[in-house]
Ligand binder design. Structure first.
Ligand SMILES: N[C@@H](CCC(=O)N[C@@H](CS)C(=O)NCC(=O)O)C(=O)O
Length: 199
């Protein structure tokens, strides 16, 4: 099995954390540039996006949360769905909404127009980042140690990505409770080994 990723993608990180928490070795990770249409990526995924995982049988799997779902079914323990199901899925949905909004702005400004973040759609995405983080900050995903669930994973990935891409944005609100959550899992190998960085 191998997973194709880059060093910044929050989606790829979610899949990689899920793999790590399920006990997979993260070292066979292959770094690709999805925007350069790297041949190995394009061969597996017509969308040329990360994460893309190739199973031992050669089947390509794509989409971060589908990879997590596949893992959960393949290797039920430790579960990434512990906790009150409706609540954790709702929280993970908030975090994914924020991640999508941040990724949209990054893509818009890097691939289309440096001022895209100030466009009508860009400002809607900014609003989503602010209002999507608020309920998570008010009621952070519960974490008392051990394997984190999907709400914790997606929320911490969102907070780290905010820091990476919008760390100095004047409009970004402080998230002290989510910072505490982030610190609680930061030393777990699956999180530490996938910490995002701009190469
Ligand atoms: N819905 C997908 C989104 C994946 C995605 O958009 N990945 C970005 C990197 S953050 C990418 O590869 N973009 C390249 C492109 O859109 O061409 C998932 O959850 O995996």
């Amino acid at each position: 099995m191998r997973i194709l990723t880059n060093t910044t993608s929050p989606y790829a990180r979610i899949a990689r954390i899920a793999l790590g928490e399920k006990g997979f070795d993260l070292s066979p990770t292959q770094i690709v540039n999805p925007w350069a249409d790297d041949a190995p990526l394009l061969a597996l995924n017509p969308a040329a996006r990360v994460p893309t995982l190739e199973t031992d049988g050669g089947t390509p799997l794509t989409e971060s949360l589908l990879i997590l779902l596949w893992l959960e079914k393949k290797i039920p323990e430790p579960s990434l769905l512990q906790g009150p199901l409706d609540h954790i899925i709702s929280q993970a949905g908030l975090a994914m909404g924020v991640i999508d909004a941040m990724a949209n702005i990054v893509t818009g400004t890097m691939q289309m127009d440096p001022n895209w973040g100030e466009s009508r759609v860009g400002l809607r995405r900014r609003r989503t980042i602010i209002t999507g983080f608020r309920p998570l900050e008010a009621d952070p995903p519960a974490y008392e140690g051990g394997t984190p669930n999907v709400a914790v994973i997606t929320t911490v990935v969102a907070v780290d990505y905010l820091q990476l891409r919008f760390g100095d944005a004047p409009w970004a609100e402080k998230l002290p409770k989510l910072q505490i959550l982030r610190e609680k899992v930061a030393e777990r190998p699956a999180f530490a080994q996938t910490a995002p960085y701009i190469p």
